[in-house]
Design a protein around this ligand. Sequence first.
Ligand SMILES: Cc1cc2nc3c(=O)[nH]c(=O)nc-3n(C[C@H](O)[C@H](O)[C@H](O)COP(=O)(O)OP(=O)(O)OC[C@H]3O[C@@H](n4cnc5c(N)ncnc54)[C@H](O)[C@@H]3O)c2cc1C
Ligand code: SF4
Length: 510
Amino acid sequence: MSNISQLCVILGDQLSADISSLKMANKQECLVLLAELQDEASYVKHHKKKIVLVLSAMRHFAQTLQAQGWQVRYVTLDDPQNTHNFTDEVARAVAEVKVDEVLVTQAGEYRLQQQIDSWQSSLGCTVRCLQDDRFFASIDDFAHWADGRKQLRMEYFYRTMRQKHNILMEAEHPVGGQWNYDHDNRKPPDKSVPIPPPLRFAPDQITSEVISLVASRFADHFGDIDPFFMAVTSEQAEQVLQHFITERLVNFGQYQDAMLTDEPFMFHAHIGFYLNCGLLSPVEAVRQAERAYMEAGAPLNAVEGFIRQILGWREYVRGLYWYHMPDYKSLNFLSATHDLPAFFWNGNTDMHCLSQSIGQTQKYAYAHHIQRLMVIGNFALLTGLSPEQVNEWYLIVYADAYEWVELPNVSGMVLYADGGIMASKPYAAGGSYIDRMSDYCRSCRYKVKLKTGDDACPFNYLYWYFLDKNSELLANNPRMGMMYRTWAKMSDDRKYEIRNSANKFLRNMS
Ligand SMILES: Cc1cc2nc3c(=O)[nH]c(=O)nc-3n(C[C@H](O)[C@H](O)[C@H](O)COP(=O)(O)OP(=O)(O)OC[C@H]3O[C@@H](n4cnc5c(N)ncnc54)[C@H](O)[C@@H]3O)c2cc1C
Ligand code: SF4
């Protein structure tokens, strides 16, 4: 290794052939470092499936790099020399190989970036930390957009991004004349529309070895490994995207919010895992969807809805995260302190919507957006669960969970813990929303039409209890005015029944 002068550090969510650090590296003089770290796999007890996905994808990525002529230092989880700490593994490589320069792409998560920022003074060589140019907007681009604005609403950021990147635009106007087709995208589920099953990949030898390793080493972590059928290479991830574009995109828009019993995947894309670890390019996903509209007649409401998720929401939450960290993590505007109920870890609850959403999370490390937001999230909001515990739960249970995307969705969108930085009002709802958008209520022990009492849907009384409890903080919100006026008009008896049912429920939950 005498000719080696550069060390290129690749993190577990940087598995992209065109990552900026690799682009800057000189192949002949560079050693690429990938390390499987116990610290990273267990700083929260990640779902076993997520660990399998990331480790298998790292091993496949290292193989691809080697086949392309890169020299790779790959530290496995069971290597006795492995320190299992990110900075220590980099320091060990620098000391052994004696490089002049370390190249790294900026980390997705704040805590890892802090470690990278300390390297220049601790490693004794030059450290170049490069922008992550896999996103449409850099962290500075977002800050530039956000500076001086009173409110940071996603919709306006999204429009700026559409214009800047010329996506679904006709000159300076949005195609079809509207920026947003959400009003076409709220249909309840229709059982007569067949749902194409997701693409499945049988585990190859590398994945099978990782499965055994994870089963023995992380046995106490949440979730099932079997069945494992996720993509673990960029080629497979691109097939998943292609499959979505040809099979499910057509119905993605209209049934985006719909939920059905024992149908975890619906018409969603199931690509968040791959976008977030680097196997799939967000730019490619957006461009392919745009082409499906321009060249293959895919419906505009579906294409625009899908593009908004990636070009809008995904970019926006990343920008918001970096704009407000580290303070964002400790925000608790509503002073919520309840512990997570035990059923969050096993789905054992009579509330059918929750047992479905949590049960499939356990099995697949996946739930779609409305299950995360309007079922599990809504419950966490209404019952006043502690933001710290809820954030940790969401970070643990989903295979696409990384703090930069998880935290704003949980503390901002779900819990209103940021006091309105992200959402203009809490996404609180009673049972009728879930009844309208799913078939869950039909087979639930609770009755969604009942408002109070032991048989009533808990969301119904918890909704009013939440408004009542937080009235000092929320009653002046102009978007909540109507609900508070309705509450004010209720009789004292009615209010008493609501408070009584809610208190009983919360006592039992504890
Ligand atoms: C409480 C809560 C926690 C969440 N935690 C995560 C998380 O840890 N990681 C994560 O990637 N997404 C998270 N999301 C956003 C969203 O639920 C998932 O991205 C989506 O369900 C992933 O499934 P999919 O690939 O089938 O997405 P689709 O519905 O098919 O959407 C396509 C893509 O759009 C992007 N997207 C959609 N909505 C959002 C959003 N609100 N924020 C950011 N990107 C979005 C994702 O990259 C997603 O893969 C969370 C949402 C909520 C309400
Ligand atoms: S009745 Fe209430 S608890 Fe039961 S599935 Fe419907 S919304 Fe969920």
